[in-house]
Design a protein around this ligand. Structure first.
Ligand code: APR
Length: 167
């Protein structure tokens, strides 16, 4: 299942929330800041043990004070119209889906729910519609039936873009 919702991702009671982080994994502004504020200090302490994260890669932590069980931190590309930008953005979603699949299998679950923000489209400046197309393609390509995916939009523009692309 793939759905688009307009919500503050830190309020969602899903299994996994994906964070649009930076390479340090030590917090920042935007959704990264909101997640760290909600999750609390213990999230930062766990992130400090991860040794950062490369663009396009993803790493999982506990959710702490967030309603979700786990947080996947992924680092989107800082948009500069390079050929690697869409590849790195695609990999953020694909690698996050793969970690969600591992979580489902490792915990012998029938179903896992995962919520994605619009990675790289805020501070990192990725054009919203292009990013949404890449996000949807990566999630569909991962083809994991027993993972329910929520694309979580914070603004009306993103929400309408995803609605149009998913109808
Ligand atoms: N819930 C859902 N979406 C949110 C929330 C929230 N609470 N806060 C922000 N967003 C949305 C933004 O509106 C945007 O659509 O998340 C999307 C991603 O924007 P950013 O958070 O700015 O992330 P990004 O563009 O990937 O830039 C990452 O910003 O916060 C820093 O540490 C982070 O350096 C990294 C950079």
């Amino acid at each position: 299942m793939i759905k688009v919702i307009k919500e503050d991702i830190t309020n969602l009671d899903v299994d996994i929330v994906v964070n649009a982080a930076n390479k340090s994994l030590l917090g920042g502004g935007g959704v990264d800041g909101a997640i760290h504020r909600k999750a609390g200090r213990e999230l930062l302490e766990e992130c400090r043990t991860l040794g950062g994260c490369e663009t396009g890669k993803a790493k999982m932590t506990n959710g702490y004070n967030m309603p979700c069980k786990k947080i996947i931190h992924t680092v989107g590309p800082i948009y500069s119209n390079k050929e690697s930008d869409p590849v790195n953005l695609y990999n953020c979603y694909f690698n996050s889906m793969r970690l969600a699949w591992d979580y489902l299998n490792d915990n012998h679950l029938d179903k896992v729910s995962i919520a994605f923000p619009c990675i790289s489209t805020g501070i990192y400046g990725y054009p919203k519609k292009e990013a949404a197309k890449i996000a949807i393609k990566a999630v569909k390509d991962s083809n994991y039936d027993n993972i329910d995916v929520y694309f979580v939009c914070f603004g009306d523009e993103d929400y309408q873009i995803y609605l149009d692309l998913l109808q």
